[in-house]
Design a protein around this ligand. Structure first.
Ligand SMILES: Nc1ncnc2c1ncn2[C@@H]1O[C@H](COP(=O)(O)OP(=O)(O)OP(=O)(O)O)[C@@H](O)[C@H]1O
Ligand SMILES: [Zn+2]
Length: 816
């Protein structure tokens, strides 16, 4: 009899692959285990077993697996179900979903780098011929890829050889991850067990009588140990006993101490609880009660609480109840910037039961959290961004989607282009868990679902502590310019307000939706502005390093003193970004501290924490930022929020732009006056009479909803119609045109007037590829399954046309 397993590979492939195993492996095989398998000419990948069977595939010769990696599944059945849903719904390969779901440190590939372990002496006599060749090659060349090793020994699959050499510790791979990622080890001190013998102890102590310092440190060790039961590092001892490493080293040499290693978690899970009680206000208590009642009736509930109403406090109470029942809780946030403050609040209350999971964590840190969620018996709460929905939950009870109106929950690039909010609802359903969508500014889609009685609804309309909602005023920039009451980009009203707040000891947040110094450098003689050679955009001027940069492909050149077209030196900059605002502020208020938070200042792993911490500690008076500063952050001392220009938000060509503009401005306004007294908000604009800006000043979401939902209905947009967006991409301009015409025609045949385009997007060339979009609108009654089948058919047909084969087609279901 032959034995087979079906395997998902982390590759953009639609189907599963069947591999052969021997009988022993077959016995060991289980759904969810990792296997190393050969693929293509010489590559080895890590796949996940999804089925074992005896059925030889009809159409291809099966290869044998290289080996099974795990003893226990690392992927649960629920995860596999969710992957399948995501692949079907978002029309993407399941391999892409797998890649997004499993920390890459758990996926060994043939590109893995191998090096010699220099810490041990290798006995060359012991090696087999192949092993010898590998070791010899590695001694000459520090690193080798698995594929290079394959060439050296002229063997296709080197996985088992490498595995063997690695288990003998002769070589190291850069992700030593056949079974485990590389644990981090820390060195600790202990007293050898023979000291437990009292007589021995006294003798040894006596022997130290001439080395006073050493004796003192040795005795100190026992004292520290008795105060705190935790293991003691040399460093701790050095500090607490006020001594030096030399003294400790001497004690180690004389065998008073011995050093030992403990696996240390990269993520510090030992957070101390510092807060014992949450006392909800009456209206919060009510809201909590209503949420619980809503859970009885609905799977999903929308919690619409104004900014600073204390939604987070209510979540914590709710979470506590679930943890008590040993249920896991997933807390999703749209942006990493927000996890910083939140995790502090959660850890203060839940201590080491709160974990964070996001993409700025290192590969190994992510593996640790993944494994904790998978194996730990104790229930926990995981705070994370998008990809946290793919963690191996076992007893999920509650999903909270905070700031649920945010479009960031949708992944744009790369595939899978999933919406983590919608997928979280599916995930919760798998477990019979509840989903709570929290926000101060619900999306039209969510409100519509409430109206349709699909979601429950809980409203909390007062700020915590009875503080009034911030007072929002518009500043007419046209008028101010006419009267010459503008300095740089600041109206006199805004300058005065900043001054007053500074004098009152308050902090200020200023929002500008663009980073960099100014987006466009323009020649006053010929009108030319430097363009990115790879993308269809102008370069942005960054003052700090005097460069012109593309924000899409990071192309960069030095700032030009002469026009590149006509050599004129008469050039000026147009538009403005956060960097310019920061500089103008320093000129206007030389004595105050200005901080900036945007993509450029938050690249490193701890960069957010640092800026947010400085602002919290009042080291920064004014924080300038892009949309990163607009949402969810909770600072106690902000008296004023200023928006430098609301107009670019209104002019964005998208059917959601008014809704987004409303949400963004109400959110940024919500950062003011969260503690103590009422906050002030000033919005500068050339369109002070625009309906949306008027609705922001009165925070009239009902009117906004009524008008916007009317437009959506009339023009057949979500939530009434669904959308699928197709983007065709190629370096060949004509090919993009031809192919998108072909594809649009194919769609039109079936969907008629619901096909829009093809059309070039605003930026029609990115990274040297031309783009063309087609939008398909799907009426409420049209079957999604049939629609998607037809799309797949179109894709296959197009792929079958030789000249179109090089073309990329991106499918975005429910684009945001
Ligand atoms: N019951 C409470 N006890 C103590 N402090 C509270 C309570 N409720 C709210 N607060 C405080 O009020 C502030 C605002 O609360 P929170 O951040 O939870 O509001 P939010 O509704 O999540 O706001 P946003 O939508 O703007 O994120 C916080 O500093 C919080 O600590
Ligand atoms: Zn570019």
């Amino acid at each position: 009899m032959s034995f087979f397993v079906d395997v998902i590979l982390p590759l953009p492939l639609e189907q599963f692959f069947t591999y052969q195993t021997n009988e022993a492996e077959f016995d060991q095989a289980q759904v969810g285990l990792r296997v190393a398998v050969p693929f293509g000419k010489s590559k080895v990948y890590t796949g996940i077993i999804i089925k074992k069977h005896y059925q030889k595939p009809l159409h291809y010769e099966t290869k044998f697996i290289e080996g099974i990696i795990d003893d226990l599944p690392i992927v649960t059945l629920n995860q596999l179900k969710l992957w399948t849903w995501v692949a079907n719904y978002y029309l993407c390969p399941i391999g892409d979903v797998m890649r997004a779901s499993i920390p890459s440190a758990l996926l060994l590939e043939s590109e893995t780098i191998v090096e010699i372990n220099t810490e041990i002496k290798i006995d060359l006599e012991e090696l087999s011929d192949h092993e010898y060749l590998i070791v010899e090659a590695l001694q000459q060349q520090k690193h080798l890829k698995l594929s290079e090793i394959a060439k050296i020994i002229d063997k296709k699959n080197v996985f088992s050889l490498v595995k063997k050499l690695s288990s003998k510790e002769i070589i190291k791979t850069q992700q030593q991850l056949y079974k485990k990622y590389q644990p981090k080890l820390a060195t600790y001190l202990r007293v050898p067990s023979k000291f437990e013998n009292q007589t021995f102890f006294e003798e040894q102590l006596e022997a130290l009588s001439r080395a006073k310092k050493q004796k003192e440190v040795f005795l100190q060790f026992f004292k520290i140990q008795s105060q705190n039961k935790k293991p003691i590092t040399s460093k701790t001892l050095e500090e607490k006993a006020n001594t030096s490493r030399t003294v400790i080293k001497a004690l180690i040499d004389k065998a008073y101490f011995e050093e030992y290693l403990i696996k240390q978690e990269r993520v510090d899970f030992n957070q101390e609880k510092t807060r014992n009680r949450i006392q909800l206000a009456n209206n919060q208590e009510n809201a909590l009660y209503e949420i619980q009642a809503s859970f009885e009736e609905y799977e999903v509930s929308l919690f619409h609480g104004v900014t600073s109403s204390g939604k987070t406090e209510i979540y914590m109470k709710l979470i506590e109840a679930y943890l008590k029942e040993e249920k896991q809780v997933l807390y999703l946030l749209p942006e990493i910037a927000l996890t910083t403050q939140l995790i502090k609040r959660l850890q203060a209350y839940f201590g080491n039961r709160a974990y964070v999971f996001h993409s700025k964590y290192s590969l190994n840190e992510r593996v640790e959290i993944y494994q904790k969620v998978l194996t730990e018996k104790k229930a926990c709460i995981v705070v994370g961004t998008r990809s946290a929905i793919f963690l191996p939950f076992k007893q999920l009870g509650l999903v909270i989607v905070d700031e649920s109106h945010e479009t960031n929950f949708k992944q744009q690039q790369p595939s899978p282009r999933y919406n983590a909010k919608d997928t979280a609802i599916i995930l919760a359903q798998q477990f019979g868990a509840k989903t709570l969508l929290g926000t101060a500014t619900p999306s039209l889609e969510s409100l519509y679902n409430v109206q349709q009685k699909k979601f429950g609804y809980i409203r909390l309309d007062k700020r915590y502590g009875g503080i009034l909602p911030p007072e929002i005023n518009l500043i007419d920039l046209k008028d101010k310019r006419k009267r010459k009451r503008v300095k740089g980009h600041f109206s006199d009203t805004l300058i005065k307000a900043i001054q007053e707040k500074i004098e009152a000891g308050k902090q200020i947040i200023l929002f500008q939706n663009r980073r960099g110094f100014s987006p466009i450098l323009e020649c006053n003689t010929c009108g030319h502005s430097p363009q990115c050679p790879n993308c269809d955009v102008s370069l942005t001027f960054h003052k700090f390093n005097n460069s012109l940069r593309c924000h899409y492909c990071s192309y960069q050149i030095a700032m030009q003193t002469k026009c590149l077209a006509c050599s004129s030196t008469n050039q000026s900059t147009k538009g403005f970004g956060t960097e310019q605002i920061e500089m103008e502020l320093q000129e206007l208020f030389p004595d105050i501290q200005v901080g900036r938070m945007d993509l450029d200042t938050t690249r490193g792993k701890n960069a957010y924490e640092k800026i947010i911490g400085q602002f919290e500690n009042l080291e920064i008076d004014i924080l300038v930022g892009t949309q990163m500063v607009t949402k969810g952050l909770d600072f106690k001392n902000v008296g004023l929020v200023g928006v430098l220009s609301a107009d670019s938000l209104l002019n964005y060509p998208d059917f959601r732009s008014y809704e987004k503009c409303f949400q963004l401005l109400v959110q940024v306004a919500g950062r003011a006056g969260r503690f103590g007294e009422r906050g002030q908000v000033l919005i500068q604009t050339y369109n002070p009479y625009h309906q949306i800006l008027q609705q922001v000043t009165t925070q009239d979401f009902k009117l906004m909803y009524k008008q916007q939902i009317y437009d959506r209905k009339v023009y057949n947009y979500p939530p009434f119609f669904r959308l699928i967006k197709f983007t065709l991409k190629s370096r060949d301009y004509n090919l993009v045109n031809e192919a998108s015409d072909w594809f649009a025609k194919f769609l039109y045949h079936y969907f008629k007037e619901h096909v829009l385009g093809p059309e070039f997007p605003t930026i029609s060339r990115l990274k040297n590829e031309y783009l063309k979009n087609i939008i398909l609108k799907i009426p409420p009654k049209q079957s999604l399954d049939k629609t998607k089948k037809y799309i797949q058919l179109g894709k296959e047909k197009m792929n079958a046309i030789a000249k179109f084969r090089s073309l990329k087609i991106i499918i975005d279901v429910d684009p945001q």
